[in-house]
Design a protein around this ligand. Structure first.
Ligand SMILES: Nc1nc2c(ncn2[C@@H]2O[C@H](COP(=O)(O)OP(=O)(O)OP(=O)(O)O)[C@@H](O)[C@H]2O)c(=O)[nH]1
Ligand SMILES: [Mg+2]
Length: 302
């Protein structure tokens, strides 16, 4: 064979599930690098993120998606739409479920979607480390897709601290890849820009620190990123809130909370970039941005 592409296999794999089951944690573990934000709050992921895994002859493009849920606003509708788009045209699907609990309505919502798809399915029972009755829970999830005709492979694992089991998932996917040329250049772990990635790290830290409804009212973006001669990365970012009253709540008394968010985000950025980072943070108001399609677009949700 003279055409190198004939020796390669490559394909897309969507990671779906209800909010907070550990989809993004699993993606990061599958790749061995952190590209997606994770947090204890549901609906952390807002738009699909592609993560790319390469061997010499194989390429898996994982597509992490927002948790499927009943949407309350334009942002929620956008998030669910991201899931449907990601499911079109994939070679395999990973459905992540939380083994600590039996299925809920939101799991049913996901099950209804994956039941209809013919591609191979990997049913991943996650958080086994914290589950009391993992086998019983798994049976209930399995029952939701009994009527499926496509192949299903089952895994029970902890996405957070079970690298061997995560590797089994990856190996299983490598066996499913169709013959294809690589879709992305070798070397990049994600197709996000460094600005998008950094903005997500800031949002992750804001979501972890803020309380009540506020984490959901926050968006982030990076406006500039420059490198100084001595290697320092200078990143200017904005935290966007939807009401003037939220501004002070994010900043906190004496600016304490904003400072904590900034410090935590800077630490993460420095670890992953292996560079010193200066992170400038501003808080701005875009009124009701979650309901405003124009603002959503401006914030990268398009
Ligand atoms: N105990 C335990 N916790 C986990 C495991 N995997 C993920 N988590 C935790 O579950 C929470 C949600 O994880 P995420 O990866 O953000 O979940 P997600 O499914 O991407 O959530 P959304 O993006 O909101 O839909 C975080 O606090 C994780 O640390 C696991 O294997 N065991
Ligand atoms: Mg996520």
């Amino acid at each position: 064979m003279t055409d190198a592409s004939q020796n390669t296999r490559a394909g897309f794999v969507a990671i779906v599930g209800k909010p907070n089951v550990g989809k993004s944690t699993l993606l990061n573990s599958l790749l061995g690098v952190k590209i997606a934000p994770t947090s204890p709050r549901p609906q952390t992921t807002r738009k699909h993120i592609r993560g790319i895994y390469n061997t010499d002859t194989e390429q898996i493009i994982f597509v992490d998606t927002p948790g499927l849920h009943k949407p309350k606003d334009a942002l929620g509708k956008y998030m669910n739409n991201e899931v449907h788009t990601a499911l079109a045209d994939v070679d395999a699907i990973i459905w992540v479920v939380d083994l600590r609990h039996p299925p809920t309505d939101e799991d049913q919502l996901v099950a209804r979607q994956v039941r209809e798809l013919r591609q191979p399915l990997l049913l991943v029972g996650n958080k086994v480390d914290a589950a009391k009755y993992p086998d019983e829970a798994f049976k209930l999830y399995r029952a939701l897709i009994e009527s499926r005709t496509g192949d299903t492979t089952e895994f029970t694992l902890s996405a957070q601290n079970d690298p061997v089991a995560v590797m089994d998932v990856r190996t299983s996917i490598l066996g499913l890849l169709p013959e294809n040329p690589f879709f992305f250049p070798v070397g990049a772990a994600s197709d996000q820009s460094r600005e998008q990635w950094a903005a997500e790290i800031v949002r992750e830290e804001a979501m972890k620190k803020l309380r009540d409804e506020l984490p959901y009212a926050v968006a982030t973006r990076v406006n500039s990123w420059t490198e100084r001669d001595d290697g320092l990365q200078r990143i200017e970012a904005e935290i966007v809130v939807e009401k003037p009253a939220h501004k002070g709540m994010v900043i906190g008394a004496g600016g304490k909370q904003l400072k904590e968010i900034g410090q935590a985000a800077r630490k993460q950025l420095e670890v992953f970039l292996s560079r010193k980072v200066y992170l400038g943070l501003q808080v701005i108001v875009i009124p009701n941005w979650r309901e405003d399609t124009e603002a959503l677009r401006e914030l990268g949700y398009e």
